[in-house]
Design a protein around this ligand. Structure first.
Ligand SMILES: Cc1cc2nc3c(=O)[nH]c(=O)nc-3n(C[C@H](O)[C@H](O)[C@H](O)COP(=O)(O)OP(=O)(O)OC[C@H]3O[C@@H](n4cnc5c(N)ncnc54)[C@H](O)[C@@H]3O)c2cc1C
Ligand code: FES
Length: 288
């Protein structure tokens, strides 16, 4: 069992969990993730250790409230509670070498996965600029990133309360693409790296490839076991079938079949929406 040492709301729909998980803290490297089963009989979801302490044995997870499991975590878990399973570290660490000038982009909570990687890249002598594009109430890790890298840019998009969340997200995508284009037009880069929703990663890639700058991306297909056994995280990269959990999660953006990845990620949307609605009804006392 993994005790929650600290839990707090970091920003809108973003929750911070400091968890005692010594076997993960001891071995994890930037770029790796863990598979977390937060409730007995609950589903397993991939989450990224954002910070950790080997001696004290804790890791920090920052979780965006997206569907049923992440909402249950935000609503039901308390400081002092224990989580049944945290498996990891899993996946491959990010490559640690001198690339030169790096533009590292995090859309929404994707910035939490960017953080440990860019911190290490900057420490080994790269010149890293981070770009966080999100909604105004969802800006996180501002101070930490300013300290960790050469330059941190925030593009915070206001939320239009008269519009739905997906409609608002279109404004974020527009701002993201505009800002990336501006940075590519005005400065020279040796590498672009991005974590965020797959549609936004594809939109950024379409801009980056026009400038011919190398780009790498951490992919977010659905994952179940995280060990290459179930096939859920299958992606096509360079015409070959890869499993994001054991071959990734980072891949060359030029080789990824983005359309297939977007289509596969939407397979379970109806079921996920239903699970979320049923959970919300149960909270209001109307569920079964
Ligand atoms: C390697 C990796 C690292 C991640 N790290 C973080 C992190 O540090 N913080 C964070 O907030 N999120 C992270 N995610 C995304 C997180 O796993 C999903 O938001 C979460 O699984 C959604 O679960 P849910 O039940 O709340 O939503 P659901 O209702 O299950 O799903 C909502 C949406 O999330 C996606 N999703 C669902 N299940 C999974 C799954 N098992 N794997 C990937 N995507 C899924 C689906 O495409 C769906 O559209 C990471 C994903 C990957 C692949
Ligand atoms: S998550 Fe099962 S094979 Fe990758």
């Amino acid at each position: 069992m993994y005790k929650i040492l600290e839990k707090r709301e970091l920003a809108m729909r973003n929750t911070w969990y400091k968890i005692y998980a010594p076997h993960v803290a001891r071995k994890v490297k930037p770029g790796q993730f863990a598979i977390v089963r937060a409730f007995k009989n609950g589903e397993r979801i991939p989450l990224t250790p954002v910070m950790w302490n080997q001696e004290e044995g804790w890791i920090v997870l920052i979780v965006f409230t997206r569907g049923k499991t992440t909402m249950r975590m935000a609503m039901e878990l308390k400081e002092g509670d224990s989580i049944p399973n945290i498996a990891g570290p899993l996946g491959n660490p990010a490559e640690m070498k001198k690339f030169g000038r790096i533009l590292a982009i995090g859309a929404y909570t994707g910035i939490v996965e960017v953080y440990p990687i860019v911190k290490a890249w900057q420490q080994i002598g790269n010149n890293v600029t981070t770009l966080h594009v999100t909604f105004e109430p969802m800006v996180i890790l501002e101070e930490e990133l300013k300290e960790a890298v050469g330059r941190h840019i925030i593009e915070a998009v206001p939320v239009d309360m008269s519009k739905s969340f997906p409609e608002n997200m279109k404004n974020v995508t527009e701002r993201l693409v505009e800002k990336v284009r501006e940075l590519l037009e005005t400065e020279n880069w040796d590498l672009v790296f991005m974590v965020g929703p797959t549609g936004d990663q594809k939109a950024v890639f379409e801009v980056v490839r026009k400038f011919g700058v190398p780009m790498r991306a951490d992919l977010h297909p659905i994952m179940v076991d995280g060990t290459g056994m179930c096939g859920a995280c299958r992606v096509t990269v360079g015409g070959e079938v890869k499993f994001a959990c054991i071959d990734g999660p980072e891949f060359d953006a030029y080789e990824v079949n983005w359309d297939e990845l977007i289509a596969r990620s939407g397979y379970y949307t109806d079921m996920e929406m239903r699970a979320m609605q049923e959970y919300m009804q149960s909270l209001q006392g109307g569920g079964q």
